[in-house]
Design a protein around this ligand. Structure first.
Ligand SMILES: Cc1c2[nH]c(c1CCC(=O)O)Cc1[nH]c(c(CCC(=O)O)c1C)Cc1[nH]c(c(CCC(=O)O)c1C)Cc1[nH]c(c(C)c1CCC(=O)O)C2
Length: 324
């Protein structure tokens, strides 16, 4: 088990080490990346470390003018909305993310036996930030581009798949033990639109890294209707949010793939007996999923750790799930 966003503002040691240093600046400082990645591993005894970085790091490295604004998320100075904007997008060669490879190097020494999970954003979720110019509820401009100019959309998603492939290969060459492709906002799409506009690009990402031979996790929020297709994209593990019980998710994903999830992060704010009841239910649903063909279960939340979570609740949850 591990937690999405296990490194971050829920930890006082994170808030302390980050004070006075910008989010993106810290992502390009190998020693800091190493230390922040280690913090939740030391504190909670989770079974996996996730590289401290962000999905927009490779876009920044490629030269796109963007920032991560505290409490808001990634903000892009000049949104990408036309064919000319897409044609002008810079490529990521790989050298620009050398600091991330050095951070992986440091981590492999620190971690001992704990596996390191690398990650990247999937083309749709990255495109949403670029087209909208920042976080969005409805992804209206992104969908409008997709529907009204499919050719430009596919060029954009293709260019972002290239960036993601380079970023993941950098991490894989440096030695990460697994990767997770975050398509956090893909749940905004219908299954038909996902298949037409997104799946081919995510599929190419997974195919390009298959040779590395490490487990590949694919995750999004609100993806109940997409779980089968997200598995088909080439994942070995499909991340499930709290809306779909794991045994139901198994039937949608099909046999032979593992599942990851799916405690509602809001449950972390309830009393200990409520947390325990939900953790027990999820383990039982995971057992049922495995009995009917899932390749395994990784306990996680259904989305990231909220910043105001009491870290002791997470530490206790790790102990509980290990004992179960
Ligand atoms: C959509 C997305 C982003 N970034 C990411 C996603 C996909 C995962 C998801 O769906 O949550 C991925 C991400 N971002 C971060 C990690 C670190 C690794 C981990 O999970 O511990 C990971 C895996 C660090 C971060 N990325 C960010 C923080 C907070 C910045 C800070 O501490 O100042 C962290 C720890 C900033 C960020 N970056 C992004 C958002 C929405 C935010 C939050 C804005 C805010 O609430 O301040 C974009």
């Amino acid at each position: 088990m591990w937690f999405m966003r296990q490194a971050g503002r829920s930890l006082p040691e994170y808030r302390e080490i980050r004070s006075g240093i910008g989010m993106l600046e810290s992502c390009f400082d190998p020693a800091l990346v190493c230390e922040i990645t280690m913090q939740p591993v030391r504190r909670h005894q989770v079974d996996g470390a996730i590289l401290f970085s962000d999905i927009v790091v490779p876009l920044k490295a490629a030269g796109i003018d963007l920032d991560i604004v505290a409490g808001r998320g990634p903000v892009v100075a000049e949104p990408v909305r036309t064919a000319a904007d897409v044609a002008a997008l810079p490529r990521l060669e790989g050298d620009e993310v050398g600091a991330i490879a050095r951070a992986v190097d440091l981590l492999l020494d620190e971690l001992g036996g704990t596996p390191l999970i690398g990650f990247a954003g999937a083309p749709f979720t990255l495109a949403s930030y670029l087209v909208e110019g920042g976080p969005s509820r409805g992804h209206e401009r992104t969908k409008a581009l997709m529907y009204s100019d499919p050719q430009t959309w596919h060029r954009l998603a293709g260019a972002l798949a290239d960036v993601t492939i380079t970023f993941l290969k950098t991490q894989l060459d440096a030695g990460v033990d697994a990767i997770q492709l975050f398509d956090s906002w893909a749940g905004a799409l219908s299954l038909a639109d996902y298949r037409e506009y997104v799946l081919p690009h995510s599929e190419r990402v997974f195919a390009e890294i298959e040779g590395a031979g490490v487990p590949r996790i694919h995750f999004g929020v609100g993806t109940a209707e997409l779980l089968g297709a997200m598995g088909e994209a080439g994942a070995d593990v499909v991340g499930v949010d709290w809306r779909t019980p794991l045994d139901v998710a198994q039937r949608r994903v099909g046999d032979g793939k593992a599942l990851q999830g799916n405690l509602d992060p809001a449950v972390l704010f309830a009393s200990p007996d409520v947390v325990e009841a939900h953790a027990r239910r999820i383990c039982a649903e995971a057992d049922a999923a495995v009995a009917s063909g899932a390749a395994g279960h990784i306990f996680n939340l259904g989305h990231g750790v909220p910043p105001d979570t009491d870290p002791q609740v997470l530490t206790d949850l790790v102990q509980l799930v290990h004992s179960l």
